[in-house]
Ligand binder design. Structure first.
Ligand code: NAD
Length: 490
């Protein structure tokens, strides 16, 4: 039977890194504890490396690049397809690990695992489609064309909120393109990602092509960025960290793909189907315990339906059950990732209350559950309060009324971020105006779940650079080489 992370945890063994095809403890035998956010109980010890592990992984990936980048697309596609199958076969177990380390619902953990598998399937197919172009030359003595070549080693640096699918949407296109990989996931949720790399090894990926390291964030990221073999940094996380990585990358002019913070408006017009808008908001706000980069952050409601919507939202939150996602009771919301996240959401709520806001329903802090918060909506927060200006990243949102379309578009765009947005309306012309005018990279119109593997996802403004998923996602790992060939007439 294959060794799994679950088996390692049951045996009390250290979860290792993957460097050059070997499962290794850290060179200096450093360890770090991983905890379950439900009760802060230690669930695992991971090998925790430093600069030397980052450099060694980058050396191994650089050495493997020569042969991997020259394999046939069919060969790479077959390994990716097998990885897709293995992740699916193991989805229940990997999904439970995700739930254990992040506190997300088990159904969401399994759903994220299946979604992650889809990236391997989709890019295994996409890499077999034609790449490059032949130009219509204006000169009969020349042929002019472009080809795509893999950019080098990809450093994939990711957060804890969707630890598996965010790595999958980087690793799958990178490997498909012919790049090799060094992954550094968040130390807060490293376990399920280990299973992704185990699936790659079991699928027959040659040693050194995909490496996985754990360790201190900025030290390892900078060591990777400064390594000559690294051709692209693909980072998902907060905007300040993305900006720091981009500054570091400027020393060597390394390409950056950045998926950063969000501040999504969720707009409900009076002509919308209100039932669908409320159901959609429950998903867009509370999925992943409210810790999603594309989560609804500011709810704008047309004033003629404000009372009705507020009443419905108070009912919605009071009916939601919170608790251990892997416990015996059915729950709708698990804990936040840790107490620092709770403190930050609490700060935003208190600032809103000080600015004159009030909760629809109960106050959200659960007294003796350190990492738990009740879901909640706040009305009448000041426009300059933290609630109106910052990404909450928890199960809380501000509700603001508006009186016309131009006003709400202006207010929705009045943010430094531009990742996702949502609007509910049955006016077809308005749908098109919103599509053009809302300053976001991902727009859900009458739909709360825009993420799919075959569409390009990414942000405008402070929310990042580049796109993930779809053909655009493959381009992040490819360089275009233009070729001009002189032709002699016979
Ligand atoms: P974070 O930026 O604190 O951490 C992300 C990753 O960067 C983690 O692996 C962390 O260990 C590492 N890191 C932290 N400090 C670093 C530093 N100084 N140098 C290098 N690496 C560092 O973000 P987070 O709290 O883990 O995640 C939440 C943020 O991520 C939110 O802003 C959210 O919107 C964003 N996010 C964006 C997307 C997207 O697709 N745009 C998806 C998920 C999360």
């Amino acid at each position: 039977m294959a060794i799994t992370t679950r088996a390692l945890l049951d045996a009390g063994a250290v979860v290792p890194m993957l460097i050059g095809g070997e499962w290794v403890p850290s060179f200096a035998s450093n360890l770090r504890e991983v905890t379950n956010p439900v009760d802060d109980r230690v669930i695992a010890q991971i090998a925790y490396g430093g600069v030397s592990e980052a450099q060694s992984a980058a050396d191994q990936a650089t050495a493997a690049f020569e042969s991997w980048s020259n394999t046939s697309s069919r060969y790479r596609a077959d390994i990716l397809w097998r990885t897709y199958e293995l992740i699916l076969e193991r989805a229940d177990e990997i999904g439970a690990l995700l739930s254990l380390e992040t506190g997300k619902l088990l159904s969401e953990g399994i759903g994220e695992t299946r979604f992650s598998a889809e990236y391997f399937r989709w890019f295994s197919e996409e890499i077999r489609r034609p790449q490059g172009e032949v130009f219509a030359s204006e000169d009969r003595s020349r042929k002019q064309l472009s080809i795509s070549r893999p950019i080098g080693v990809a450093a994939t640096l990711t957060p804890w909120n969707f630890p598996l699918s965010i790595q999958a949407r980087k690793v799958a296109p990178a490997l498909a393109a012919g790049c090799t990989v060094v992954a550094r996931p968040s130390e807060k949720a490293p376990l399920a990602v280990g299973e992704l790399f185990r699936a790659l090894v079991d699928a027959g990926l040659p040693p050194g092509v995909a490496n996985l390291i754990y360790g201190p964030a900025s030290i390892q990221s900078n060591a990777l960025i400064d390594h000559d073999g690294i051709g692209v940094i693909s980072f998902t996380g907060s905007t300040p960290v993305g900006s720091a990585l981009m500054r570091q990358a400027s020393n060597r002019i390394v390409r950056c793909a950045l998926e950063l913070g969000g501040d999504a408006p969720y707009i409900i017009f009076s002509d919308a189907n209100i039932d669908r808008a409320i159901e959609g908001l429950a998903i867009a706000k509370f999925r992943n315990n409210g810790q999603s980069c594309i989560a609804a952050n500011r709810v704008f409601v047309e004033d003629s339906i404000m009372d009705q919507v507020c009443e419905r939202l108070a009912k919605l939150t009071s009916s939601m059950r919170i608790g251990d996602p892997l416990g015996h009771e059915r729950v709708d919301l698990g804990p936040l990732i840790d107490s620092s996240r709770v403190r930050d959401v609490d700060r935003i709520c208190r600032d809103a209350l000080d600015s004159g806001a009030s909760f629809l329903g109960e106050s959200p802090i659960v007294p003796d559950g350190a990492n738990f918060m009740r879901p909640g909506f706040l009305v009448d927060a000041a426009f300059d309060s933290a609630l109106a200006k910052e990404e909450v990243f928890g199960p809380i949102a501000g509700v603001f009324s508006f009186s016309d379309e131009d006003e709400v578009i202006h207010r929705a765009n009045d943010t430094k971020m531009g990742l996702a947005g949502y609007a509910y309306t049955n006016n077809q012309s308005r749908i098109w105006r919103l599509a053009e005018k809302l300053e976001v990279g991902i727009l859900g119109l009458n739909h709360p779940l825009p993420s799919v593997v075959y569409s390009p996802m990414g942000g405008l403004k402070g929310s990042g650079l580049g796109r993930e998923g779809a053909h655009d996602g493959l381009l992040e790992y490819l360089e275009t080489k233009y070729i001009s060939i002189g032709i002699e007439e016979k």
